[in-house]
Write a protein that binds this ligand. Structure first.
Ligand SMILES: C[S@@+](CC[C@H](N)C(=O)[O-])C[C@H]1O[C@@H](n2cnc3c(N)ncnc32)[C@H](O)[C@@H]1O
Length: 267
């Protein structure tokens, strides 16, 4: 089977995420307010599950969880984490494009978080991915997306970010390097080279490296794309100064007008 993006980084993913997202409990706690209205029997899809911290955290809270991801290595980690935590969930290698063919029962909520959506290939790919997520939601079901503020990322241009300290996971120090290639146009593929150098067996250094491709979008474009996918954007934490933001949208019903306006939503 050919390697997919994140199949290498899956093995060192914990060196790339902040301390508070390292546990299932911590990952689910980020979304506590959004989860409050959901019954504990609710069906939730995490469609960019990564190493499974959020999916396992939600399953441990009693939700009925399906975790999908395009990377088989990520899904293997999700399954291993679920086993280690003794929680039940379904974990499947499945890209957003493949979701509609899986014939899932509708979900009450779909999560596409951790800045994943930018990996959808361009405007058409993003709209197709959001349409696939929307098709799996029950009417009025909730979509949750988190994203970097790409306006800010692009304004900084191509650059290398060297970690200014080592990050310790499982007692192993690691140094992380990000190298951004930002082309002139929003529509061109952008790339992010990620290297995680593990320094635990000096003088040998084990380097895990991948070039990730992404297609950024503005907050405004994302709202339009959500709308085009049959979703009504609801709340957003976006500000022009924010590094990252969280946006929610609800699956529209035919009887609902086109706009349940963001202007009235909490930030
Ligand atoms: C930055 S990671 C975020 C993982 C996780 N949500 C988190 O917060 O840690 C992005 C994830 O999106 C997944 N991904 C990228 N393109 C995808 C696609 N077309 N379909 C499904 N998953 C995809 C990657 O495999 C990766 O696990």
């Amino acid at each position: 089977m050919c390697a997919r993006p994140y199949d290498t980084l899956a093995h060192v993913y914990e060196w790339l995420i902040p301390d508070d997202l390292l546990t299932p409990t911590g990952s689910a706690a980020v979304f506590a307010t959004l989860l409050e209205p959901l019954e504990r029997s609710a069906r939730i899809l995490d469609c960019a599950a990564g190493t499974g911290q959020l999916a396992v955290g939600l399953a441990a809270m009693g939700y009925s969880v399906v975790a999908t991801d395009a990377s088989t290595a990520m899904i293997q980690r999700t399954r291993a984490l679920a086993d280690a935590q003794n929680v039940e969930l379904a974990a499947l290698t499945c890209s957003w494009e493949e979701l509609p063919s899986r014939r899932f029962e509708h979900f009450d909520a779909v999560f596409c978080v951790g800045n994943s959506l930018a990996h959808a290939a361009g405007h058409a790919g993003r709209r197709a991915a959001l349409a696939a997520m929307s098709s799996l939601l029950r009417h009025d079901g909730l979509l949750v997306v988190t994203s970097r503020n790409w306006e800010t990322v692009r304004s900084r241009g191509s650059r290398i970010e060297l970690g200014d300290r080592t990050i310790e996971r499982h007692g192993r120090p690691g140094l992380v390097i990000h190298a951004w290639t930002i082309p002139d146009s929003w529509e061109q593929p952008h790339s992010l080279d990620v290297a995680v150098a593990l320094l635990d067996s000096l003088p040998a250094v084990t380097t895990n490296y991948e070039r990730l491709t992404f297609w950024p979008f503005t907050h405004q474009t994302l709202k339009q794309d959500l709308h085009a996918a049959g979703l009504t954007p609801c709340t957003s934490t976006y500000t022009s100064a924010a590094e990252r933001y969280l946006i929610t949208a609800h699956k529209r019903t035919e009887s609902q007008g086109p706009n349940r306006n963001l202007a009235t939503a909490p930030r």
